[in-house]
Design a protein around this ligand. Sequence first.
Ligand code: NAP
Length: 190
Amino acid sequence: MSKTKLNLIAAACENMGIGINGNLPWRLKNEMAFFSSMTTKTSDTKKKNAVIMGRRTWDCIPLKYRPLPNRINIVLTRHVDDVKLKVPEGVIVVPGLNEAISYIEDREDIESTWVIGGSSIYKAAMEHKNCNKIYLTEIQKVFECDTFFPTIDKNQFTIISEDRVPGEKQVEGDISYYYKIYKKLDNSQI
Ligand SMILES: NC(=O)c1ccc[n+]([C@@H]2O[C@H](COP(=O)([O-])OP(=O)(O)OC[C@H]3O[C@@H](n4cnc5c(N)ncnc54)[C@H](OP(=O)(O)O)[C@@H]3O)[C@@H](O)[C@H]2O)c1
């Protein structure tokens, strides 16, 4: 029985857009700090978290910030051999989500697993039997986007709250947003 739970984390605007031209459509410093903190923090200081991302999301991270520090970076691509040559040592390159999960399960020093995008990786993770929660920052504004968060099936998820996630409206400059958590229901709850 696979024990790796997948937690998705994303920020989307009102039209569910998450990206444009290989970048984020907005600049939200505190939201970015929330992403870093959620994906990095562990309760066991001897362990690290894993971040799973598509090859384009990897490419989008500015050189000076990648690999994302203090996390095990796992990149999904259909061109494993080519991509392996381009990433720094320590970055794990795999041909699919199940291979990423197998890699994580073979290690004992990984605490939580975060799926950090983009579109097709979020969709695969959302539909995967190991999907646990979606941490979605809902930005209260429309931005022009070319990449979108997949539709959340409201019959399969329920909104929950957690102490570590502020429930109140967040404001940065002229942009406001909420941190929402969607928990996937067990088959018995649907
Ligand atoms: N707002 C947010 O929270 C957020 C989060 C992440 C990303 N973004 C934005 O989203 C955009 C990038 O996302 P994206 O959706 O275009 O790309 P992506 O999902 O990051 O990467 C797509 C690539 O991943 C690989 N891939 C996808 N599905 C795969 C599978 N099932 N098995 C193996 N490899 C697979 C393929 O790589 P190969 O082509 O190498 O085979 C594919 O071209 C950027 O604009 C970024 O800024 C936003």
